[in-house]
Design a binder for this molecule. Structure first.
Ligand SMILES: Cc1cc2nc3c(=O)[nH]c(=O)nc-3n(C[C@H](O)[C@H](O)[C@H](O)COP(=O)(O)OP(=O)(O)OC[C@H]3O[C@@H](n4cnc5c(N)ncnc54)[C@H](O)[C@@H]3O)c2cc1C
Length: 387
């Protein structure tokens, strides 16, 4: 975090290497994303393949995984990278999260050696793009009810169904698809050029406009036996991938909030009304102080979860605590910052409303706030209130 927002002096609690990684990603975002992202957002188009290759060069894709060309970074270093990526734009962070924490992680954790060799090195460089298909048009928060089916036909598998709201789908080379079989939920690495697979871009999004989102239709897609991820048994497999990606969001949301607060702080100190800077009014200072307090709390929470992850002790419900709090507070910060910018707050010339709109998606994907409340509630009470 940059001074003066680093109210608690968190910087020294990062290692030299962690700070270096953070600074390199921050520079990349300053050079490669900030100058263009308002246009990408307005046009609803983003050069995702180009960005993926650049991120790949820096080792940001599958950054926390080991082997197969992945960087093997710590969870904290990965989190710091997510924070900087999302300070640029949540859509840009989503590109990296879906590639590394969902598609690559699924193959890395549950795939065969041949599947790992086939996909991971090219995904780590950004030459190949992956997506992760769990959500369906009629099944979002409740993936256990999924309708996509995989049935055996001789040695082959035949997949039928559809996935909705899938980040990167229209540009992907491979989709990790979750489907119901006679033995329960299984995962498949599906090359997007397989006959019967079609991807359609979802347009008119009012959020995450600098991210490609699509629908995947699977029409009797015939796959060889070795397309199935052999170690992925049951719904806990995709849920474990979601835990990985949610961890990145815990950090990322703080990045979006920080960018909003930096913008509002700079604006309030330079814009004058009634003969003095907006920052000189007590009401503005109260807003800034409350937001800065929430920001450092979110930062502390992310760092704590990161240290737990690096110690191998992070539990899914702890990630829910982080995702629930940090996204909710980031959205509140973005909306409050918008008020400080007045009319300029609704302009794309400033990043604040873009972040606020993006965070609406972040609040919903990777488990809605309500679902994370239910996860935490279950931990507290021992009672499942999901259904
Ligand atoms: C931009 C974007 C990108 C996405 N990318 C991906 C992706 O790459 N891969 C993927 O698989 N999915 C992706 N998603 C889908 C996302 O994960 C789902 O939208 C999310 O899980 C919620 O599902 P839903 O939209 O069907 O909402 P629903 O499940 O229909 O929920 C609607 C509302 O009801 C609430 N609700 C549902 N069940 C309960 C309950 N038991 N108790 C209380 N409240 C409840 C929810 O919290 C929510 O407020 C993406 C979504 C967006 C917007």
């Amino acid at each position: 975090m940059t001074a003066p927002l680093d109210l608690l002096d968190l910087d020294p609690s990062l290692t030299e290497e962690e700070r270096q990684i953070r600074d390199v990603v921050r520079q990349l975002i300053d050079d490669r994303v900030r100058p263009h992202v308002a246009d990408w957002y307005e046009e609803g188009r983003v050069p995702a393949r180009e960005l993926a290759r650049e991120f790949g060069k820096l080792g940001l894709l599958g950054m926390h995984l080991t082997g197969y060309g992945c960087a093997g970074a710590s969870a904290v270093a990965y989190g710091l990278a997510c924070q900087e990526l999302e300070a640029g734009d949540s859509g840009v962070r989503s590109l990296v999260s879906v590639q590394g924490s969902l598609a690559m992680y699924a193959i890395w954790r549950y795939g065969s050696e041949e599947q790992k060799q086939r996909w991971l090195p090219s995904m780590a460089t950004g030459e190949a793009i992956g997506c992760f298909g769990l959500t369906e048009p009629d099944h979002g928060s409740d993936p256990a009810s999924m309708a996509t089916r995989a049935r055996r036909d001789g040695d082959d598998w035949v997949l039928t169904g559809g996935k909705m709201w899938i980040t990167n789908a229209p540009i992907a080379d491979v989709a990790v698809i979750w489907a119901r079989t006679d033995e329960g939920v299984r995962g498949f690495a599906v090359p997007m050029e397989t006959p019967g697979v079609t991807a359609r871009e979802i347009r008119r999004k009012m959020s995450l406009r600098a991210s490609v989102t699509g629908e995947i239709v699977l029409d009797d897609v015939r796959l060889p036996a070795d397309a199935q991820l052999p170690e992925a048994i049951g719904l806990k497999a995709p849920l474990s991938c979601l835990t990985e990606a949610r961890y990145g969001i815990v950090w990322g949301a703080v990045g979006a909030a920080r960018d909003c607060l930096e913008t509002a702080l700079a604006y309030a100190t330079t814009r004058t009304q009634f003969g003095r800077p907006l920052a000189g009014f007590q009401l503005t200072q109260a807003k800034l102080a409350d937001m800065a307090v929430e920001l450092v709390k979110g930062q502390l929470l992310a760092l704590h979860l990161g240290r737990l992850a690096d110690a191998g002790r992070l539990r899914p419900e702890q990630v829910s605590v982080g995702k629930l709090n940090n996204v909710r507070e980031a959205l509140a910060i973005a909306r409050q910052c918008r008020t400080i910018l007045g009319a300029n707050g609704v302009s794309g010339e400033y990043p604040v409303m873009r972040h606020a709109n993006n965070l609406e998606s972040v609040l919903t994907y990777e488990g809605t706030s309500e679902i994370h409340q239910l996860v935490v509630g279950q931990r507290l009470t021992g009672l499942s209130a999901f259904a």
